[in-house]
Ligand binder design. Sequence first.
Ligand SMILES: [Zn+2]
Length: 414
Amino acid sequence: MRFRDSIKTAAVSALAVSILISGCGRKADSGNVSVLPESESVTDVSSVFPVSVSESIPDIVSETVSEDAEETASAVVVPEEQEETPEPEPAAEPVYSAEDLIVLQDEGMYTYDECAFDVHVLASAYADLMTLDSLGTTADGRELYHMVIGRPDADLQVFINAGTHAREYITSQLVMKQAAVYLQHIREDAVYGDFSYRDMWNRCAVHVVPMVNPDGISISQSGLAGIQNEDILNGIYNIAAMDGAELTSAYLDRWKANAAGTDINRNFDAYWEWYSSGPSHPSSDHYKGEYPGSSPEAAALITLTNNSHFSRTISYHSQGRLIYWNFENIDAIYDTAVAFASEISAATGYPLESNYSTVDPAGYSDWGIYRCQIPSLTVEVGSGTCPYIQDQFGQIWAENINVWEITVLSALRY
Ligand SMILES: [Zn+2]
């Protein structure tokens, strides 16, 4: 794989992740949580998550670790003439740095394994500035990674998510690069306007789920080879049959749902019952699911949001280069929502789309406004046909380079 070369040193302990299970923003709980020193884990995640974060390190890392470990072992030479066996030199502290991040080196297609590698690199390189956990495991055995960048007991919390629609995986790459650069700015004590990044970190925690739909993304990127579980593979055949589609690469490339054929962003309780223009069966696209929150991925976002106190959310999608910000029941937060949306619009150059009535409902942002009263944006990046917009990554990055800062400052200011 192309990122092998970038891995200079590795050991499993290098990926020890500071895991925070804080109740996701319930202040009474999070007040007891302090910033964790590197390599110290707080709790046994196996009691909470089906698969612990440490077990979920992608194979490529484990393989590399094994190879390096063998090299290290074979390099230990005991001098023959020495009577006492000398104590072996302690292994050098393995360190991942931001230089190891794939997302900062390569603008090509960004996979789940690469994202999984990068979230662990971030957790290692910036262990004092962030925490990493998993909101759960998908049907095909992938983790729903969740990072918190900010002081755990910060008064304010905002939420950024991406990669909900499978073929829109360029948004996961965008959000991971945003996370990497934001962390770098904090570490360097950089400033943004009148605010220091350190101050932003102290006062507002940024929650990030960079890849909400890793199974679907694997289908869109790798076709049937992207599925690991045989039952799920058979399910894909059935979904294609119900869709009346051939299992061509064109059909699988354009996959939008999760691996069970539920469109995660039609699976939230925001006019869900009224949404009827999608198929009534599991599909590659637009099936709203059996009930709101029936997909594990939507359920994970609902739980996270209910247990947190987000004051802003951004859901990245592609494509269209515009911003949805409006929904039913927005009156109480209208002024804040308009101001926030306008700032993001000014920064990105994407116009605001106020008319939600002609757009499919039951998305995360719709639910965030309708049920949770949180100013919530759906930001659509890129133009053309997904997923065939990879060469636009540079432009998408340039347009969204300051979105995190604006979101945090919006939460801080009003
Ligand atoms: Zn989308």
